[in-house]
Design a protein. Structure first.
Length: 263
């Protein structure tokens, strides 16, 4: 089969504020990445970012943006910024406590996302949410924040599942996530996680690399291929050790593309 399209999340480089941003993007392009996902503040002008990305030959496929930028006082400026970058995906990477304090709060947050998604769709921008491990801790009724949220959001809202966080969360299996939210994985975060390293301290489970961790990558890629909704695989790191991010991201894409050849 043909390989899917790969992007790198630039969290490991401090996103747009990274020193020598062009050199980093150029290295990613040479490693085989076609896209990037920024996170955080809008610290460079669209003109400057467009010039850097064009020179490196990479496409901005998504941006991790705080929920506050979609509130009425910032909504128009956020949309204008993304449109100037030809960016059609905006993903909220986390939420403040008052929006996630219990199941009812998650349901209210889901309704807010539905409203924001409707408004963003009018501008050609697709809204999504990126999970963390704690969102899989179950309530007494067996539900968890992740399922409460996505069960109550519109189908059009991207379920940007972070594979590493999902495995760490231990509340829903990957198979259950993929089955329950089929067709909603426009972008997916491919992040490694080791259950053995995280057996006592869950945070240490991220101190591993794609292909040396406990994620069944061939099964994950096969399931996403069969699902058919994923446009971009986004590789994200929480750890690079002595290798450094470029080497780790290069090794990751090489391993994942080899996995794709077998499915």
């Amino acid at each position: 089969m043909n390989s899917n399209r790969y992007a790198a999340q630039l969290y490991c480089f401090s996103s747009v504020t990274a020193p020598d941003l062009y050199e980093k993007l150029d290295a990613l392009a040479k490693a085989g990445y076609e896209g990037i996902e920024f996170c955080g503040g809008f610290d460079k002008s669209p003109e400057e970012l467009n010039a850097i990305m064009k020179k490196a030959g990479l496409k901005l496929i998504s941006w991790h943006i705080g929920i506050e930028r979609f509130m009425p006082d910032q909504f128009d400026a956020t949309v204008a910024y993304l449109k100037a970058l030809d960016c059609h995906s905006a993903v909220v990477p986390g939420l403040p406590g008052h929006m996630t304090s219990d199941a009812d709060a998650w349901k209210k947050t889901a309704e807010l996302f539905n409203q924001l998604s409707f408004k963003l769709n009018a501008h050609g921008i697709k809204l999504g949410y990126h999970n963390h491990a704690g969102e899989f801790v179950k309530y007494e009724d067996g539900a968890c924040p992740f399922s409460v949220f996505f069960d109550n959001t519109d189908f059009d809202i991207t379920c940007q599942v972070d594979i590493g966080h999902a495995l760490n969360g231990r509340g829903m299996s990957l198979d259950e996530i993929f089955s329950r939210y089929k067709g909603r994985f426009n972008t997916v975060h491919l992040k490694p996680y080791s259950l053995s390293l995280g057996s006592e301290d869950r945070g240490k489970g991220y101190q591993t690399f794609v292909g040396q961790d406990d994620i069944p990558w061939k099964n994950v890629l096969k399931t996403l291929k069969d699902d058919g909704s994923t446009q971009w695989y986004i590789v994200e790191l929480e750890y690079s050790g002595e290798k450094g991010p470029i080497k780790v991201l290069t090794d990751a894409i090489n391993y994942l593309k080899e996995c794709e050849k077998t499915i």
